[in-house]
Write a protein that binds this ligand. Structure first.
Ligand code: ZN
Length: 460
């Protein structure tokens, strides 16, 4: 979109200057839906002249000439929805300059309930700046377990930031570890440090705590993620190989009565806020902050996924028979779906296998491990795996033909040797090899390229 066909940008730029208008719109448009736009913009304090920004936003949302460019009309087109996010973001700012604007714009949305909800959110989040509003309840501390935490949002955040340093229970321990930080009490389970904020409380009271808490957390921790606890439902009956670890925190969130939660990264950890005030009967709301390693909330990356594969687990098992069974599999395959994950974790496999006592009769099994890992490295170079034959004296052409890797295209009686030489053609790349078979203490095969391919042993 150029400046020429963006009247909203022009109107903002006329008041704020080009750069501030761009920064403002970049921020306002950076959310995926209207509620997040409102919440995110309410917590935004990135502009140098925030009062000027609020006033400019007010002028723009009240300018009837800009209704079309702000997405009023049909909302089926993504560009319209983006324009409408702009509107809700700008309205959030405008309400700080003049809360009365909320009443004035609502008639434009007659009969659209989402607008009522959004305006209600703007009233709570945008009207007072989300500074520390002090203790959220006057009730005495620990008076009743069915109450709200006796601490301000800022105090809660300070405690949450300190929770990352809490000790974890011994493996297998059943009892939670109790702790207290800055006057707030919590406990630690095997998965997470738990800071209860509310239990059996009035939904309105919980919302009054959580809304400013979220705004303050956005200011302090910046990136808020959403965690869908209904999407991860693996349990003890799930095959461990396909278990999604996000199922563990998801089960905790569901057991608290929520389907969704929000979280912010805290270094390698995450602060996960579970709040049921919107979904359970009004007087039974709960809110909890869980601090846990962030990887529990994110999809495994490719390397982690590779480490979970049975073949890789076998190679890393330190169990000689499992390792060797996996090694034979690797030596017999050219399948990229098998080799690709191995390549990703090759250094880990090398380290795990290098000092293993694997035995072996005529040939040390360790040398088969090395052959298998060479094969993976060769695959990583994008070289056809037939070139492995050049440095490997244990590739039996008959076996390779059975695996579909080569075709034996010719048999050449040798000069007096016990088995005739064979000419093999790679079924993948067409390279041809002459293969001489011999017997020392064990049979061996010397593969020579007929196309001038040089043996290149992968660097281990
Ligand atoms: Zn080949």
């Amino acid at each position: 979109m150029t400046t020429d066909d963006d009247p909203v940008r022009d109107a903002l730029a006329a008041r704020l200057g080009e750069q501030a208008a761009t920064e403002l719109l970049d921020h306002v448009e950076g959310y995926s839906n209207y509620p997040r736009t409102v919440e995110g913009v309410a917590a935004w304090d990135g502009a140098a002249d925030i009062a000027g920004v609020d006033a400019a936003a007010l002028a723009v949302v009240e300018d009837l000439a800009l209704l079309g460019p702000l997405g009023f009309g049909v909302h089926s087109d993504p560009a319209d929805r983006r324009a409408a996010r702009r509107f809700w973001g700008l309205l959030t700012l405008a309400a700080r300059a003049d809360p009365g604007v909320l009443e004035r714009v609502l008639p434009r949305f007659a009969g659209q309930r989402y607008a009522d909800d959004l305006v209600a959110t703007i009233r709570t989040t945008a009207a007072p700046a989300p500074v520390d509003p002090g203790p959220v309840t006057a009730r005495p501390r620990h008076a009743d377990p069915d109450t709200l935490v006796d601490g301000s949002p800022a105090q809660v955040l300070r405690v949450v930031e300190r929770m990352v340093d809490l000790p974890w229970p011994e493996p297998g321990a059943d009892d939670p570890l109790q702790w207290e930080r800055d006057g707030l009490e919590g406990h630690t389970l095997w998965l997470a440090h738990v800071l209860p904020l509310a239990a059996g409380a009035e939904a309105a009271d919980v919302a009054a705590l959580v809304v400013p808490l979220v705004a303050l957390a956005d200011q302090r921790w910046h990136v808020r993620h959403r965690f869908d606890a209904t999407a991860f439902t693996d349990d003890a009956s799930t095959d461990p190989a396909s278990y999604d670890r996000r199922s563990a925190p998801a089960a905790m969130v569901r057991s608290l009565g929520a389907e969704h939660a929000v979280w912010w990264p805290l270094g390698d950890d995450a602060a996960l806020l579970v709040d049921t005030s919107g979904v359970v009967p009004a007087a039974e709301s709960r809110a909890v902050v869980l601090v846990l390693p962030a990887r529990w909330l994110t999809a495994p990356d490719a390397e982690e996924a590779s480490l979970q594969l049975p073949l890789v687990q076998d190679l890393l098992s330190d169990d000689g028979s499992r390792v060797m069974s996996a090694v034979w599999d690797v030596l017999g395959t050219r399948d990229p779906e098998v080799l690709e994950p191995l390549l990703r974790v090759l250094p880990t496999i090398k380290e795990a296998t290098q000092d293993l006592e694997l035995g072996g009769a005529l040939i040390a099994n360790a040398s088969h491990v090395a052959r298998a890992l060479d094969r993976v490295a060769l695959f990583g170079r994008g070289t056809c795996l037939c070139t492995a034959y050049l440095f490997d004296q244990l590739s039996d052409p008959a076996k390779e033909e059975r695996r579909g890797h080569v075709r034996i295209v010719e048999t050449i009686p040798g000069d007096g040797s016990w088995v005739p030489d064979r000419i093999c053609e790679c079924t993948d790349c067409g390279r041809r090899y002459r293969v001489e078979e011999g017997l020392y203490h064990y049979p061996w095969w010397a593969w020579t390229s007929l196309d001038g391919t040089e043996p290149t042993v992968p660097r281990r």
